[in-house]
Ligand binder design. Structure first.
Ligand code: GCU
Length: 680
């Protein structure tokens, strides 16, 4: 049930409710409300006629005369907008929520708005029916709010059923076939709609042989999934291989400028839209980590993306072209090549060449979803291109859903970052200009959806931040706790809320403390990426090095003496990051190679910071585990045990991280801990 336990519908379901309007998504609203009313004794009218004493009116403007309270609301045209345009328009997904004459009113211009408005009422619970409910227009700041599933249809020998999946199998596929389990998919669609997600991609960006066929022979399976998600306002997308004309069409080439290739894509895409008229579009990982792409034909990424864009344009679809392109056969001896530079080197020069329905999808940081990275400079370098920002809800590098790591604060920091300085746009503005926000999904067929029950908060927070990037991540957590846990606790709700906050609020920073000091990432076990291995990637082809030696640590990415990566940022950051003195502590080792005794802004030396944060991180995890123990009895044993078990593992793992990292840097530097704590 996650954030939609039955009891979350109690307030709405125990009242007279009136729904006005028609359409597929209005039917969804009717279905939700009628089930809630059947359970909690309320009553639903699909008017007119309507009763005078409804407590809640959910009405589509333009669906004919509206009931009294709603009519009054229509006159309140000038109510303040929340992340809206201020012009009074509600758009395709927006709604007005207010109280008028003792009635709660949701007004929308399109059915999706009514659905989102209804979920807002659910979220508010009793507060939705208080007379002090403020009148507000709500519109999503980002039109595109998408989850990418890295799910394989066939069990893949290396990446399994779900690449980087930590929550069991795929909801869509199993052992080479579709699961055909619409009931569970429907539950999932409800959860997504309730937090604001409106798009999904149903297969892995690494498109293997079986998955390539989703575009053609297996299209029926995709259509079936689309049927389930459509009533919740969610459009289905497909990851496709750039080599499709060759591997599916039998052509000798996939050259984007070849007529036959263009015709093949046009025809294949036409067939997709015949089956799925509201199909969202394609997602492509090309020339990246061995995937085929335009480079093989001497073409660039604009040629490649525009080819698919041309096929999709007549049907209103978009192509999402990933910017995650780098040399994954780097020589570790070569200090001039810098993986961080790669996306900008490849894509920034192409700004202005992409078709209107191309979205370039950019990982939030220049490397790869680490617990700490600067924001990708690509996001500041392509004003003439629609850009989407990609984050990772699946916790590949943040504890793999065995560790508690609430990512809301991290994403919020990224979204609020202003790459051009205080007067410029935020990353949220960049995403809002067309491409939106995307997360790699953390969901599977696990009974708790996300393996770690507390990891559900990441999915919820993603949807809410995509709707409104300025929301406070602590407030989002509060909503999530209210919806998910308060209805199901047998203990003191306030104590539960406090404990959840105490465990989760700072859990990302705690994770950072014991794994990734001062912007150094990738000290993980190669391949699966779980647990510490300080030199695991140091002498590999992957371009993810820390360069620790006896004197110091960190990557020199300056223009003066390093790889020049700092020069990809506009001012002021190009200057701030270039300067060892001005660079923020948390990114120092991302941009600079410094001696262990270099003094941070915090006043501590680098080496002492490493020791201190690793000791502190473990203590914080131990405290989390104690706090959780106190909740035994307040929650169902199955969920309590699941989290308790994972906290045991988190503590074990954090100790391992602390000891390996501290020992490693003590051995390299020879500098003892100022507090004489045990280092092995
Ligand atoms: C990471 C991840 C891969 C994934 C890739 C991507 O490198 O480890 O599993 O395929 O990102 O985003 O394409």
């Amino acid at each position: 049930a996650a954030w939609l336990p039955t009891a979350a519908f109690r307030e709405l379901g125990s009242r007279p409710v009136l729904v006005h309007g028609d359409g597929l998504l209005v039917d969804t609203v009717l279905d939700e409300v009628s089930r809630a009313c059947a359970r909690y004794g309320g009553r639903l009218w699909h008017g007119p006629p309507w009763p005078v004493d409804a407590d809640l009116v959910l009405a589509l403007r333009g669906a004919g005369p509206v009931p009294n309270a709603a009519a009054e609301t229509v006159r309140l045209g000038a109510t303040p907008a929340v992340n809206g345009t201020g012009d009074g328009a509600l758009g395709d997904e927006g709604y007005l929520l207010t109280r008028a004459s003792g009635v709660t009113v949701v007004l929308a211009d399109a059915p999706a708005g009514l659905l989102y408005g209804m979920f807002h009422v659910v979220r508010l619970g009793a507060a939705a029916f208080h007379d002090d409910l403020p009148a507000r227009r709500h519109r999503p700041a980002l039109d595109r709010r998408m989850l990418d599933h890295w799910d394989n249809v066939a069990l893949h020998p290396v990446s399994g059923q779900v690449e980087r999946g930590y929550a069991g199998g795929s909801l869509f596929w199993r052992d080479g076939a579709a699961r055909h389990e619409p009931a569970r998919l429907r539950d999932y669609a409800r959860l997504l709609a309730a937090c604001g997600v409106n798009a999904i991609c149903v297969n892995n960006v690494n498109v293997h042989d079986t998955e390539a066929l989703l575009l053609t022979d297996r299209l029926g399976d995709v259509a079936e999934i689309a049927e389930v998600f459509r009533p919740y306002g969610i459009r289905v997308h497909l990851a496709v291989t750039f080599a499709a004309p060759v591997v599916l069409g039998g052509l000798p080439t996939a050259d984007p400028l070849d007529e036959r290739v263009r015709d093949w894509w046009a025809a294949a895409t036409r067939r997709v839209y015949q089956r799925i008229p509201d199909f969202g579009g394609y997602l492509v990982k090309a020339d990246s980590e061995g995937r085929p792409g335009p480079f093989a034909y001497g073409r660039d990424h604009a040629d490649g993306a525009n080819l698919l864009a041309e096929a999709l344009a007549p049907h209103g679809g978009v192509v999402r072209w990933r910017a995650f392109v780098y040399d994954h056969h780097q020589d570790w001896r070569d200090r001039s090549t810098d993986r961080a530079r790669a996306a900008h080197d490849h894509f920034a020069p192409l700004d202005g060449r992409f078709a209107d329905n191309v979205i370039v999808q950019v990982k939030f940081g220049p490397i790869d979803f680490q617990p700490r990275e600067p924001v990708s400079p690509v996001l500041a370098a392509m004003p003439a291109t629609r850009l989407a920002v990609e984050v990772q809800a699946t916790q590949e590098y943040t504890g793999q859903q065995r560790h508690v790591c609430y990512l809301g604060p991290w994403w919020s920091e990224v979204l609020r970052f202003r790459p051009h300085g205080a007067a410029g746009d935020t990353i949220a503005d960049v995403a809002g200009a067309g491409g939106g926000l995307v997360a790699v999904s953390n969901v599977g067929d696990d009974p708790f959806w996300t393996g770690h029950p507390l990891a559900q908060a990441n999915l919820y927070a993603f949807g809410r931040l995509a709707w409104d990037p300025l929301l406070d991540p602590g407030a989002i957590l509060d909503e999530w706790i209210d919806l998910t846990w308060l209805p199901v606790t047998s203990g003191d709700p306030e104590a539960l809320r406090r404990t959840m906050h105490a465990i989760m609020d700072d859990s990302w920073r705690t994770y950072e403390r014991y794994t990734a000091p001062l912007g150094v990432g990738f000290m993980v076990r190669p391949g699966h990426h779980y647990g510490p291995d300080v030199d695991g990637y140091e002498y590999t082809q992957w371009g993810t090095y820390h360069f620790a030696d006896r004197d110091g640590v960190g990557v020199d990415r300056t223009r003066a003496t390093g790889t020049g990566f700092t020069g990809q940022y506009p001012p002021p950051w190009s200057e701030v990051y270039e300067s060892r003195d001005r660079c923020p502590d948390e990114l120092l080792l991302f941009f600079h190679h410094v001696p262990y005794r270099h003094v941070l802004h915090s006043g501590r030396t680098v080496i002492q910071h490493i020791y201190d944060t690793h000791f502190a991180g473990v203590e914080e995890v131990a405290a989390m585990r104690e706090r959780w123990r106190l909740l035994a009895g307040a929650l169902a044993p199955a969920v309590h045990d699941r989290v308790a078990e994972r906290l045991d593992e988190q503590l074990r793992s954090a100790v391992e991280w602390r000891d390996q990292i501290n020992t490693y840097f003590f051995r390299k530097s020879g500098v003892p801990d100022a507090h004489g704590r045990r280092i092995h």
